[in-house]
Ligand binder design. Structure first.
Ligand code: PLP
Ligand code: FES
Length: 394
C-alpha cells in the first residue's frame, strides 16, 4: 500500500494553487522586466505590479496606495514596529503588545528595548488567549506610541477583538498595528471598518508563494523606511520588486476573497467534526484556544501525560504531517510561549498537537486522523510513567 501523505500543517505554510502558479510563470520568462524601467518590458512588469496591489488591497478593503509589498510577514512586523518607533520617538518610547505574539513581533520588541531605549508592556492573555480590553486601556500612558496585537494566533487560532482594540487606541491617539499573517485571506477583514493603522500580511499562508507579503499602512501614517535604497514602493521600501511572487500573491488574494464564504464554511465544519470526535474518543484531552473566536482551520489539543514530539513522530509514520506548538518552536524542547501564556502547566503544554487544515483537506482526511489518533495517544500513554501513576492514584 502506498504511504498516505496527509498535510495538516496549513498554518506553517500552504501549497501554491495551480491558478496562482499559472499566473506567475510568464513573469519569470517572457515578462521579466524591471518595473522601474521605462521601456515596454518595464511597463509590463509595472502593470502586473499595479494589478496585484489592487488584488491584495481588495482582500482587506484597503486602497491600493496603502499596500506596500515586503518579503513576508516577518519583514512587515519588523517594519511596522521599528518604523513607528523611530518616527514617533519625540512623542514617546512606550509600546504595548501581548505575550502570545509571533516572534516577528516579540523579538523586534526585545531589540527595541535592548538597543534603542524603548519600553514595552507585554499584556497577559486569558485561558482562551484573549487580551483584556481593561488591561490594555490601563496600560496606555502619555508616552505610549503604538499598540501591536495580533489578529489571530498561529498556534491556538484565537481571534482577538480587533475592532474594540482599535477603538481604545483611537480614543487615546495611539497607533494600532495588527499582525494578520494568519488571518488575512482566511477570515474576512475590512481595515476601514476595523480602523487599524498598520497590518502585516503574508502570501504563503493563503496558497501564494513564500517570501512575499505586505504591510498595510493607512494613508497619512508616519513611519520610517525600513529597507533603504531605490525609490520602489513609493520610496518607502527599496529593492527591485519580486514581480513573479507579487503576481502570485495578488492572484492568491483574489482567489481567497472570492472563495471566502466557502472556505470559512467548509473548514469550520471539518474542524467541528475533528474536535468533537477526538474529544469523544480520547480521554484527558483539552482543546486550546477559543471555541467561538477561532481561525476556521485551527485545531489545537493537549493530551495529558505525553510529549508532543512523540505524537508528531508516530503521526509522521502514518503519513500525517502536523505540528506541536509552532513550526519554529517544534525544533526546540522549550514549551511554547503561547501555551504557557494561556496558563497550561509545563507538562500539559508539552503534550500539545496542532492540526491545521486548509482548502485541500477532505472529509476523508479528517476521518483518517480520527481513526488513527486514538491509537497513537494510547500507545504513548502506555509507555508513560506519568499516565501509569495517574491511573494508580485514581
Ligand atoms: C502570526 C504570524 N506572524 C508572522 C509570521 C511570519 O510570516 P512569514 O513566514 O511570511 O515571514 C507568521 C508565520 O509563521 C505568523 O504565523
Ligand atoms: S518563531 Fe516563534 S512561532 Fe515562529
Amino acid at each position: 500500500m502506498e504511504k498516505r501523505r496527509l498535510y495538516m500543517d496549513y498554518s506553517a505554510t500552504t501549497p501554491v494553487k495551480k491558478e496562482v502558479l499559472d499566473a506567475m510563470m510568464p513573469y519569470l520568462t517572457d515578462y521579466f522586466g524591471n518595473a522601474s524601467s521605462f521601456h515596454t518590458f518595464g511597463r509590463e512588469a509595472k502593470n502586473a505590479l499595479d494589478k496585484a496591489r489592487e488584488q491584495v488591497a481588495n482582500l482587506v478593503n484597503a486602497k491600493p496606495s496603502e499596500i506596500y509589498f515586503t518579503a513576508g510577514g516577518t519583514e512587515s512586523d519588523n517594519w511596522a514596529l521599528e518604523g513607528v518607533a523611530f518616527a514617533h520617538r519625540e512623542k514617546g518610547n512606550h509600546i504595548i503588545t501581548s505575550k502570545i505574539e509571533h516572534h516577528g513581533i516579540l523579538h523586534t520588541c526585545e531589540y527595541l528595548e535592548k538597543h534603542h531605549g524603548f519600553e514595552v508592556t507585554y499584556l497577559d492573555v486569558d485561558s482562551e488567549g484573549k487580551v483584556s480590553l481593561e488591561q490594555l486601556e490601563a496600560a496606555i500612558k502619555d508616552n505610549t506610541i503604538l499598540i501591536s496585537i495580533m489578529f489571530a494566533n498561529n498556534e491556538i487560532g484565537t481571534v482577538q477583538p480587533i475592532a474594540e482594540i482599535a477603538k481604545i487606541a483611537k480614543k487615546h491617539k495611539v497607533l494600532f498595528h495588527t499582525d494578520a499573517v494568519q488571518a488575512a485571506g482566511n477570515i474576512p477583514i475590512d481595515v476601514k471598518e476595523l480602523d487599524v493603522d498598520l497590518m502585516s500580511m503574508s502570501s504563503h499562508k493563503i496558497y501564494g508563494p513564500k517570501g512575499i507579503g505586505a504591510l498595510y499602512i493607512k494613508t497619512g501614517t508616519k513611519l520610517h523606511t525600513f529597507v533603504h535604497g531605490g525609490a520602489q514602493e513609493r520610496r518607502r521600501r527599496a529593492g527591485t520588486e519580486n514581480i513573479p511572487s507579487i503576481v502570485g500573491y495578488g492572484k492568491a488574494a483574489e482567489i481567497a476573497k472570492s472563495n471566502m464564504e466557502n472556505h470559512v464554511k467548509n473548514l469550520t465544519e471539518l474542524r467541528a467534526k475533528l474536535i468533537n470526535q477526538i474529544l469523544e474518543k480520547i480521554p484527558y484531552t483539552r482543546v486550546n484556544g477559543s471555541l467561538d473566536d477561532r481561525l476556521p482551520g485551527n485545531v489545537n489539543f493537549s493530551f495529558e501525560f505525553i510529549e508532543g514530539e512523540g505524537i508528531l513522530l508516530l503521526l509522521d509514520m502514518l503519513g500525517i504531517a502536523a505540528s506541536s506548538g509552532s513550526a519554529c518552536t517544534s525544533g526546540s524542547l522549550d514549551p511554547s510561549h503561547v501555551l504557557m501564556a494561556i496558563g497550561l502547566p509545563h507538562e500539559i503544554a508539552h503534550g500539545s498537537l496542532r492540526l491545521t487544515i486548509g482548502d485541500f483537506t477532505t472529509e476523508d482526511d479528517i476521518d483518517y486522523i480520527i481513526e488513527h489518533l486514538p491509537a497513537v495517544i494510547e500507545r504513548l500513554r502506555s509507555m508513560s510513567p506519568l499516565y501509569d501513576q495517574a491511573m494508580k492514584n485514581k
